[in-house]
Design a binder for this molecule. Sequence first.
Ligand SMILES: Cc1cc2nc3c(=O)[nH]c(=O)nc-3n(C[C@H](O)[C@H](O)[C@H](O)COP(=O)(O)O)c2cc1C
Length: 148
Amino acid sequence: MKAAIIYTSVTGNTAVLAEEIYIEMNHHIDDIDFLTIDQVDFDALPDYDIIAIGTYTWGSGELPVEMDELFWEIEERDLQHVITGVFGTGDRFYPYFCGAVDQFRDMLYVQSQLAVTLKVELLPQGEDLKKVPIFCERLLSKLVSVPA
Ligand SMILES: Cc1cc2nc3c(=O)[nH]c(=O)nc-3n(C[C@H](O)[C@H](O)[C@H](O)COP(=O)(O)O)c2cc1C
């Protein structure tokens, strides 16, 4: 079983969440690529069983520009066999909280086996981090439920 955690983060909030997800996933999966968006080989995306994508939100509920290519690549590839989850941080000060997570959610629902989403306000706190094992469980439980 092979998994990837792919994320972007400018001020570190999404990076903290990504690291917590990586630590938790490591309890269950040996082979995990922990990648910032600039490290991703798009041709390798179909080789993963699980992909978790992490993003902050920019503009007015928009994807960060560095995530655009990943979004388009997944839209154009057949990832129906890949279980996916999307997580992110945002700020409720803005009218569209974590809009980038919603954009990935809607696309991944069509293009892959979307299992779970997680939104956190700014730097993850204790209550947010309690949701990390649940996020990972949902990814893994979808894996066992897919017919061989
Ligand atoms: C110019 C600007 C626009 C933003 N727009 C949104 C937004 O529309 N929705 C939202 O939820 N958060 C918005 N944010 C907040 C960031 O997504 C939030 O601070 C996030 O945690 C940053 O993630 P990072 O620390 O991983 O870079 C915006 C922040 C900035 C500076």
